[in-house]
Design a protein around this ligand. Structure first.
Ligand code: FCB
Length: 443
């Protein structure tokens, strides 16, 4: 296999999100979020599971940080739960919530690990959903208030800020396809949510620049950059449409390129844009975060709602059923570098789910994950040589956790969790990453 050689200052991190790992859902003054409510809906989450306890990181962060340090990671990407900071969405700040994240950051810094915080990784306070959630422009006032509180109370301990995690999932999984909280299926609401989540990003950056804080701030996308299933012109166009609808509607406004015409003209979809909005969204950012898991082949389909359809592919799949396509990561990074004009890029998530078990020898021999990570890291090393300003890599995830609608049934961690006992077992893939970080460069 190819040698994995990375620059000395490369950022090596693990990633998680508040609702997926924290637990302590009714402790520390935390308010209710849309995932608490969604998880109670019959059939919404596999086996009726929820994030009430999750990995209990709220109580076990010291152990978790020690494990990261032992493995040699130098950054931790976590998210701040809005309902811990302002339990009622807007208004009174909860000092216990602030204190939790300060303690977590102190612990990270004690171990020379940087704190990379995502402001919004999907746990919207439920009270705001009741007023319309991301489909309602009013949510932006509350979001502005929330981010200002984060900057004021946590600004001195956060080393990197990410405004929004995967706006695609917020708008489409939440409001169009209804598979994520708040579980709505309404195209107009989804298009409104697209615009409002884009604006939320702009607001977060604008407000940040008003402070004296100097840490980098960016946004994390899960860009879908599908490949045309065949070499026909129709499929090439289908891939363009799919990329425009799934990715460019989020990325292009932030880069000052506006909404793509393939969506506004060809698909004839419109966003509730008011004067000044596009300027607000297009704040200069310090980096683009990329979450990459897979790539799909798409073909033209005039009967489909958005004129394209996913085609079967030949690659082996992970436990998510997602084809393993390291080449897609290369295609994607090259494209992003081209459209973003050299803005630094971080892989803010990459990883895979497998049905990992603790073996009789007490270890988790997740060879398939090692192969997956190796293949994708090889692409990372390679694109750096091709001039892509890729500055870091965060594996998803530090530990097995609450995988949204799949509940605890999908294990993405490099650390295994026994959800009955909360025992942490370091998987072989974590040792593989430890050695890669240490610079051994090959298996
Ligand atoms: C991404 C999410 C993350 C995790 C992975 C598997 O879409 O950002 O929270 O669930 O997928």
């Amino acid at each position: 296999m190819e040698k994995l050689v990375f620059p000395k200052d490369f950022v090596w991190g693990t990633a998680t999100a508040s609702y997926q790992v924290e637990g302590a859902a009714r402790e520390g003054g935390r308010g209710e979020c849309i995932w608490d409510v969604f998880a109670r809906k019959p059939g919404a989450v596999n086996a009726g599971e929820n994030g009430d306890v999750a990995c209990d990181q709220y109580h076990r962060y010291e152990e978790d940080v020690a494990l990261m340090a032992e493995l040699g990671f130098n950054s931790y990407r976590f998210s701040i739960a809005w309902p811990r900071i302002i339990p009622t969405g807007s208004g009174k700040v909860n000092p216990e919530g602030v204190a939790y994240y300060r303690k977590l950051c102190d612990e990270l810094h004690k171990h020379n690990i940087k704190a990379c915080a995502t402001l919004y990784h999907w746990d919207l306070p439920q009270v705001l959903e009741e007023k319309g959630g991301w489909a309602d422009r009013g949510v932006l006032d509350a979001f502005e208030e929330y981010v200002k509180v984060c900057y004021e109370t946590l600004g001195d301990v956060i080393d990197t800020w990410i405004t929004i995690n995967e706006p695609f999932c917020v708008a489409y999984l939440g409001y169009l396809w209804g598979v994520h909280a708040p579980g709505q299926r309404d195209l107009n609401k989804a298009l409104a949510a697209v615009h409002h989540i884009n604006m939320a990003h702009g607001i977060a950056v604008r407000e940040y620049r008003k402070t004296k804080l100097k840490a980098p701030i960016g946004i994390t996308y899960n860009p879908a950059t599908p490949r045309p299933a065949t070499s026909s012109a129709a499929d090439a166009r289908a891939a363009d449409i799919s990329r425009a609808f799934n990715t460019e509607v989020f990325m292009f406004p932030a880069l000052g390129k506006g909404y793509p015409e393939l969506v506004t003209k060809d698909l004839n979809l419109s966003f509730p844009v008011q004067s000044g909005d596009m300027q607000l969204i297009a704040q200069p950012i310090d980096f683009i975060g990329v979450n990459y898991y897979t790539e799909h082949a798409v073909a033209a389909d005039e009967k489909a709602q958005f004129k394209t359809t996913n085609k079967p592919s030949w690659e082996t799949t992970t436990a998510m059923g997602w084809p393993i396509v390291p080449g897609g990561l290369e295609r994607q990074l090259l494209w992003i570098n081209e459209v973003s004009n050299g803005i630094p890029i971080y892989i803010t998530e990459n990883g895979c789910a497998y049905d990992d078990v603790v073996a009789p020898d007490g270890r988790v021999h997740d060879k398939e994950r090692i192969k997956y990570l190796h293949q994708h890291l090889a692409v990372c090393a390679d694109v750096i040589k091709k001039g892509v300003p890729l500055k870091g890599y965060f594996v998803w995830s530090l530990m097995d956790n609450f995988e949204w609608a799949f509940g605890y049934g999908r294990r993405f961690g490099i650390i295994h969790i026994d959800f009955k006992t909360q025992k942490r077992t370091v998987k072989d893939s974590a040792y593989f990453l430890r050695d890669t970080i240490a610079g051994y460069g090959e298996l």
